[in-house]
Design a protein around this ligand. Structure first.
Ligand code: PMP
Length: 285
């Protein structure tokens, strides 16, 4: 994937895709001092672009570093990347990290902070599960307490257990893994938030120890506009028995129905399909 044509924006310059490298002694490589964003452009316009750039800055702040480009500069850089790539529908990845420098220990305040932005085409994140319904495995790992790690940052370190959980899920023929949180409540998938439907009402875990996704917030707004009751609350895993529908939300995942979580099964129902179609219409409007 590194050996291809194209340009990546790195620290203010458009660099050839093949040459967009970082030094092996970058602090981020050793200590996960890296934050990122996943964004999607539709018809040439990035959905919630500014919110993503603001979240990138928030995440960096949680990791105690300052990105040397403000939100307006990041917005301009993303536009440039999209234009250069010639893509109307694209996935955009912005990543900011602590580089190599005088500090090779845990502390890194003297090492420069870098920013890079790339864009590429990325279709349905869960493949044909987008229509058929995804199968999820329950992860053996738990989403940590907000007293353990900055849980609302989109930071590389929080994804270590996402990768291993997703690998374990895929080995069982599932599309993704679902995390419980440190208290045992249902939390989120490895790159998406989760919603359930019961008797026409929607239930979703309170985002008190995981990423409160921009898609999650958008979908809650859309449901409320349609006078659908949304319960943001703690959900026990046993409650999944009584839920009729389930779906995931995320920038990459968009709205993806879930057909199965462990032994629990769900139908790909009208509410899920309608909100998926409405989300698609919104991002393209
Ligand atoms: N949780 C995790 C762990 C994620 O990686 C993502 C994707 N960024 C989400 C939730 C959904 O966030 P968003 O809707 O902002 O993409």
């Amino acid at each position: 994937y590194d050996d291809r044509d194209g340009k990546i924006w790195m620290d203010g310059k458009m660099v050839d895709w093949r040459d967009a490298n970082v030094h092996i002694l970058s602090h981020a490589m050793h200590y996960a001092s890296s934050v990122f964003e996943g964004e999607r452009a539709y018809n040439g316009k990035i959905f919630k672009s500014r919110e993503h750039s603001e979240r990138l800055h928030y995440s960096a702040g949680e990791l105690d570093f300052l990105i040397p480009y403000n939100v307006d500069e990041i917005e301009a850089a993303k536009e440039k990347v999209l234009k250069e790539a010639g893509l109307k529908d694209a996935y955009i990845r912005a990543v900011a990290w602590r580089g190599a420098g005088p500090d090779m220990g845990v502390a890194s305040s003297r090492n420069a902070v870098h920013l890079a932005i790339a864009a590429w085409e990325w279709g349905a994140y869960y493949g044909d599960a987008k229509t058929k319904g995804a199968k999820l495995d329950i992860s053996k790992w738990k989403r940590p307490s907000p007293e353990t790690i900055p849980v609302h940052a989109k930071a590389a370190g929080l994804y270590m257990i996402c990768t291993t959980s997703k690998h374990a899920a895929e080995a069982k023929g599932c599309s993704d893994a679902l995390f419980m949180d440190y208290r045992g409540y249902v939390a989120e998938a490895t790159g998406a938030n989760i919603f359930f439907v019961k008797d026409g009402e929607v239930h979703t875990p309170l985002a008190d120890c995981f990423l409160n996704g921009l898609t999650r917030q958008t979908v809650i707004g859309m449901l409320k506009e349609r006078d659908i009751v949304v319960h943001e609350r703690h959900i026990m895993p046993e409650e999944m028995e009584g839920f009729q529908q389930c779906f995931l939300t995320g920038t990459a995942a968009e709205v993806t129905p879930v057909g199965m979580i462990g032994a629990y099964t769900f139908e790909v129902g009208a509410l899920t399909r309608d909100i998926g179609a409405a989300y698609e219409a919104l991002v393209r409007s």
